[in-house]
Design a protein around this ligand. Structure first.
Ligand code: PAF
Length: 278
């Protein structure tokens, strides 16, 4: 496995698939699923590259960036165990010129859900992802559906700016109790970690309503909300709980088309997101 931090000079050979898994490190089983999917797409002859770059542009507070787990040694071991061909690990100084002055702003999908409370976050994501795609020139790139809004925005970015790459979304990996795998789970205290299983439980309880043919938005939201708040610890907060169109992420009044129920939950300062397709 080749670890590198300086940008390669040559474009990737377009005749052999090369698949990028962009990450910010602190790799877990959710990332492993992305890497396995990357290998399926690349095939035995293709190249799987993982980028590990804690992108300062997408953090809205310095304190959030400061507590983000950094586990490079373990990340490299995980990559090598999964047969990753290359790992790109630039420092912020190597990646961004000191006077870099261009960024990518998405003006629609990034205004809802996480975008309402995380100003600049998706600008940072779009900027780093476009730069990674330009720098590494993969034929495909893989993103998790846990960050569904991010995936939808990246698909829009690639469509609107004609970026020559295929984007794949991979299902969310979960703990046995349903909690979506996330690097942030490591920061939960034991009580909050145990309680956090209610998030997926709430999403499932709302999704089950679909079987009855129910279409009304309020019914889905009320069902999920009830499950979220019942006997919840006082430190648990609902940042948002929304029912949106899966492609445009605009709020849906009725479930008459593919919908997404998405939520952001906080335990003190720790913020967890999850979603379910309906
Ligand atoms: O999902 C993430 O880990 C990050 O947002 C990404 C896509 C690697 C960009 O920094």
């Amino acid at each position: 496995m080749l670890q590198f931090s300086a940008l390669p000079d040559l474009p990737t050979n377009p005749s052999s698939p090369s698949v990028l898994v962009p990450t910010m490190g602190a790799l877990h089983e959710g990332h492993s699923a992305l890497i396995r999917r990357a290998r399926e797409i690349a095939g035995r002859q293709g190249i799987v590259t993982v980028s590990i770059f804690l992108n300062p542009l997408q953090f809205d507070s310095a304190s959030d960036l400061a507590v983000y787990p950094r586990t490079l040694e373990a990340d490299l071991l995980l990559c090598s165990g999964l047969g990753v061909d290359k790992v790109y690990t630039p420092s912020p100084e190597e990646f961004y010129a000191p006077d870099h002055s261009i960024s990518i702003v998405e003006n629609s999908l990034s205004r809802t859900l996480c975008g309402t409370t995380r100003p600049g976050h998706f600008e940072g994501v779009c900027t780093v992802v476009l730069k990674l795609l330009n720098a590494l020139r993969p034929s495909a790139a893989i993103f998790g559906k846990k960050d569904y809004q991010q995936l939808a925005i990246i698909m829009r970015l690639v469509r609107d700016l004609c970026v020559p790459v295929e984007i794949y979304g991979v299902e969310t990996e979960r703990e046995p109790d349903g909690l979506a795998l996330s690097s942030r789970n490591l920061n939960l205290n034991p009580e909050h970690r145990k309680d956090a299983s209610r998030i997926y439980g709430a999403l499932l309880s709302a999704r089950d309503i679909r079987e009855t043919g129910e279409q009304r938005r309020e019914v889905y939201l009320q069902t999920a909300r009830k499950h979220l708040v019942e006997n919840a610890p006082s430190e648990m907060g609902i940042e948002y709980l929304e029912l949106v169109d899966r492609e445009t992420l605009a709020p849906l009044a009725k479930v008459t088309r593919p919908a997404l129920l998405a939520t952001a939950i906080t335990y003190d300062k720790i913020r967890l997101i999850d979603n379910i397709e309906i």
